[in-house]
Design a protein around this ligand. Structure first.
Ligand SMILES: Nc1ncnc2c1ncn2[C@@H]1O[C@H](COP(=O)(O)OP(=O)(O)OP(=O)(O)O)[C@@H](O)[C@H]1O
Ligand SMILES: [Mg+2]
Length: 490
């Protein structure tokens, strides 16, 4: 093969691309993987990232890595499929360990082999984290510090990169797979891993302590409303209400803070859409996984290095309207596209949905209002509010509570205007009632006693009124006298 095999002395240098030498001593992957070679994944070792290696281990790794880079022909390596390339590297590394007389236990040796394979072929120290499906977010704050979010809780890991250069190389490798570049001249970049995970990189000089890499892990098994019921995020009755809202083509805004579960909820709700509808999705980074057969997925594009070629969310939403959509789904509404989405909702694209950053349904309305005002429309506030009322039917609020659990805290209807104010009506709310000894919050979802929501007619039209009435009634919490608890308005 192409790696030099020798038992006498250190392996001899072979042909290496010049840029490989430049990064070889960083312990980084020398050359971005050939585009056709998919990222190999290591076997998940759940406890692995928690282990902290000694400095000695990293020294040995650098020595072995450098010897490997001097031995191997990376161009040839790129021609192999992932499994064969991994096998080849393992063979050569084992040989180097023998030749260099490195003293290591079998387990340490195995770890070193995996580490080096990951560095050359994959995403280096990130690989064990990427292989775990229980992680929601990976947050790398420079070479020495990596946090993960598991089960709603953020925790520090022992994962570290050889240095910021290695981390930067891995960031570059990730973004180059989607044809982008990240460096000092364009230090902010969004990208996607081949498995669909959403990636953001911000590099120095903007990130002061080294590149900051944030990955929202893509769940292999996408969450469904049933899973949310199992997690206690919503009750079975609440789930039925959401299903009906999705099916009967209410226009829905999903509101929530960062990482509260908005996209997940949007994904779940699109599951209720009938299979004969034409759906167009607009996203900054395609995360939604619609199951319907008739879906067109659109993604925004950042400007190129010359500052040209940007396609904004607004461009996409406007274009959507010329594509004969039945429903428009906007991953995240954050700017002037709010106006176009509301117009679409108002003009025969019932059942459109979008998410937005806000901490309550009431705040969602004012966020929407300010987005429209910032879009430069010289409309009186009252007109904007009327437009919101005429477009949005339901706001679903997602929250990540302080114990890390994610809940659907409100299903709220937009009723109309009272003078200058938008009136909202909660159908279902989540109330925290206490806290257990482990700091876990105790609470309950309860119906506010509204028997006939504003979308009742729609429910009737789709013959869902029986199911809706039953769900609303069973979501009701009664007081000790058997009477419904009082209403609450958002
Ligand atoms: N109800 C839930 N229970 C448990 N985990 C959840 C729940 N909803 C979402 N998650 C998980 O939480 C993480 C964040 O979810 P999601 O991407 O939907 O949040 P988001 O509000 O869209 O975040 P962002 O503001 O960054 O776009 C994901 O890993 C997802 O699988
Ligand atoms: Mg999201």
């Amino acid at each position: 093969m192409f790696g030099r095999r020798s038992t006498e002395g250190a392996p001899q240098p072979r042909r290496i691309a010049p840029q490989n030498q430049a990064v070889a001593n960083t312990g980084a992957a020398a050359q971005p993987r050939a585009a056709e070679a998919p990222a190999p994944r290591t076997i998940p070792e759940v406890s692995e990232p928690q282990r902290r290696h000694s400095e000695e281990y990293y020294d040995v790794k650098t020595t072995v890595f450098n010897a490997l880079i001097d031995t191997i022909d990376l161009t040839q390596l790129a021609k192999l499929d992932a499994a064969a390339a991994r096998e080849e590297i393992r063979d050569i590394v084992s040989e180097i360990i023998q030749v260099k007389n490195v003293v290591m236990s079998i387990a340490e040796q195995e770890e070193l082999l995996e580490d080096i394979c990951n560095d050359v072929l994959g995403y280096g120290p990130l690989e064990p984290l990427l292989a775990r499906d229980d992680i929601a977010d990976i947050m790398v704050n420079g070479a020495a510090t990596t946090f993960i979010e598991v089960g709603g809780k953020v925790q520090k890991t022992a994962v570290r990169f050889a240095d910021n250069q290695q981390l930067m190389n891995i960031c570059q490798r990730i973004v180059s797979q989607v044809g982008r570049r990240v460096d000092e001249s364009s230090p902010i970049c969004d990208a996607r891993l081949p498995d669909g995970s959403r990636v953001n990189v911000i590099a120095p000089p903007l990130a002061i302590d080294g590149p900051a890499l944030t990955i929202r892990k893509f769940k292999k098994d996408r969450l469904r409303l049933d899973n949310l019921v199992k997690f206690g995020s919503i009750t079975p009755a609440g789930k039925t209400i959401l299903e009906i809202i999705g099916r009967v083509r209410c226009n829905v805004l999903i509101s929530g803070g960062t990482g509260s579960g908005k996209t997940t909820l949007l994904n779940c709700m699109t599951g209720c859409v009938d299979h004969d509808e034409r759906i167009i999705t607009c996203e900054d980074s395609a995360e939604l996984q619609l199951q319907q057969p008739h879906v067109v997925r659109l993604e925004t594009r950042p400007p190129n290095l010359e500052g040209e070629g940007e396609i904004t969310m607004r461009d996409l939403v406007k274009n959507c309207l010329r594509m004969r959509p039945e429903r428009i789904i906007v991953g995240e509404v954050r700017g002037p596209e709010a106006f176009d989405l509301l117009q679409a909702m108002n003009t025969g694209h019932d059942g459109s949905m979008g998410t937005l950053h806000a901490n309550s349904p009431r705040e969602a309305i004012s966020r929407l209002e300010s987005m429209i005002m910032m879009g430069g429309y010289a409309l009186p506030v009252k007109t904007i509010r009327e437009m919101i009322c005429g477009s949005i039917d339901v706001i679903v609020q997602a929250s990540r509570l302080r114990d890390g659990s994610r809940k659907i805290t409100h299903i709220t209807e937009v009723l109309g205007m009272e003078e200058e104010t938008v009136t909202l009506q909660n159908l279902l709310v989540y109330e925290v009632t206490g806290e257990d000894a482990n700091g876990k919050l105790i609470g309950r979802h309860r119906s506010t006693g509204i028997a006939r929501p504003r979308f009742w007619d729609r429910a009737e039209y789709y013959k869902e009124e029986g199911r809706l009435a039953a769900a609303l009634a069973s979501a009701e919490v009664l007081d000790s006298n058997g009477n419904p608890l009082g209403e609450s308005h958002g």
